[in-house]
Design a protein around this ligand. Structure first.
Ligand code: 1CP
Length: 373
């Protein structure tokens, strides 16, 4: 989940030493510097012993590689210099393509290189990894059957078209996404063109990660919960489906075929079934939604695998509150054909990393873990 790395002292040290990738500095520069991005991807696997890694990148990276002037400001998040507001803005933006900028080709190559370096370390079926690869661990119900792996899958990701469009139109993080929703209402043609473009570049961005060796991928529609179910269904979901379709065609050399696609958003209780119908193999559930309810909403025994959904607020609570919540989440997840234990949204930056390690140990039944990292 987003910014998982930020709570790790080793991550802060890595970032302090700075990375300059493809002419960019800051967070996006770090994403485009293969040595930095690979190390940041592997750090949580080494420390926590999780069963899968998520690529260190950001949903804004493909926008930058398509020539959008975007940066990630500390304490703020993504900031777009020239927000997209008019039909002319949309026309100018959608004439661009992923990688067709001076920094584009080297940026795309950097992401491929990062994924390859990470996969080399995490291993592949029949080729044990140096990092991770805990025995008897499984991304249950997704790509693999339970058993001894000896390798750890890498999850690639991208932002869903609506969430990307929300940043492009608002220009910065927003609570209500009013400007984005106004564009959707006032100019449906520009809206469709904008979301179609976002679907294309994010789909290609995810496909690139899969072709370089990711074993699963996640589409993050973090702000989809700001929409009514009708607007989601009619004006957003078809574009998310397009992004998933582009990603879903990619073949992973690690998995030896197409890979499972996870679809996540927050505040999405009323659109979970639509998110699955958009073409996802698994659905991520946020912490505002009851997991057992979500599974029944997704079809009960016929549900797809689910991911989620511990409340990030629990990370700062005593183990007497957190431990039982982990058990309850695992128990609820048993009703689905597969369950990836995860948080319902991002890790708060001030989180004590030991709390995360302890959750993983609890899920693995490693009772002997003492809490000293
Ligand atoms: O945790 C990880 O390091 C995994 C890599 C990762 C992921 C999956 C990062 C690194 N970002 C993301 C996805 C992402 N980025 C999402 C979707 C998931 C979610 O809803 O959390 C979103 C909305 C973003 C946009 C973004 N990037 C924000 C959110 C701002 C807002 O609107 O609330 C922020 C703060 C960033 C910066 C960022 N991305 C990632 C990291 C480690 C950071 C922090 C930068 C730093 O200080 O190191």
């Amino acid at each position: 989940m987003r910014q998982a790395g930020r709570s790790l002292p080793e991550y802060r040290t890595l970032r302090e030493h700075g990375a300059r990738g493809a002419g960019m500095t800051g967070m996006l520069g770090a994403c485009l510097d293969p040595a930095t991005a690979a190390e940041a991807t592997l750090q949580p696997v080494r420390r926590h012993g999780v069963d899968a890694a998520i690529l260190f990148s950001d949903i804004m990276v493909p926008l930058a590689l398509a020539g959008v002037a975007v940066r990630i400001e500390p304490e703020v998040g993504p900031v777009v210099d020239h927000p997209i507001r008019t039909p002319a803005d949309v026309a100018e933006l959608t004439a661009r393509a992923l990688g067709e900028t001076p920094t584009g080709p080297s940026g795309l190559a950097a992401i491929e290189e990062t994924v390859r370096a990470v996969v080399a370390e995490l291993g592949a079926p029949g080729r044990p990894g140096v990092t991770g690869g805990m025995p008897e661990r499984a991304l249950a119900g997704l790509a693999h059957s339970r058993g001894t792996w000896g390798w750890t899958p890498l999850i690639g990701f991208g932002g869903a078209p609506f969430t990307l469009a929300a940043y492009l139109v608002e220009g910065r993080p927003s609570r209500d996404h009013l400007a984005a929703r106004t564009l959707m209402r006032s100019d449906p043609a520009s809206w469709d063109a904008l979301l179609d473009w976002c679907a294309q570049i994010t789909g290609e961005f995810i496909a690139l990660q899969i072709r370089a060796g990711a074993s699963a991928a996640q589409l993050f529609d973090s702000w989809a919960g700001a929409l009514s179910p009708e607007d989601y269904r009619e004006r957003v979901a078809p574009h998310s489906a397009r992004a998933l379709e582009i990603a879903g065609r990619a073949i992973s050399p690690t998995a030896g075929g197409r890979v499972p696609l996870i679809h996540f958003g927050t505040g999405t209780a009323r659109i979970l079934a639509d998110m699955r119908a958009a073409g996802a193999d698994a659905v991520g559930v946020d912490d505002r939604t009851d997991l057992a309810w979500a599974i029944s909403e997704l079809g009960g025994e016929g549900a797809c695998p689910v991911q989620g959904n511990l409340d990030p607020a629990l990370l700062a609570a005593p183990w007497t509150a957190l431990g039982p919540a982990v058990d309850a989440c695992l128990e609820a997840g048993r009703a689905a054909p597969g369950h990836v234990l995860n948080l319902g949204h991002g890790v708060p930056p001030a989180t004590d990393p030991d709390a995360l390690t302890r959750i993983v140990a609890r899920a693995h039944g490693d009772e002997e873990w003492e809490g000293t990292a």
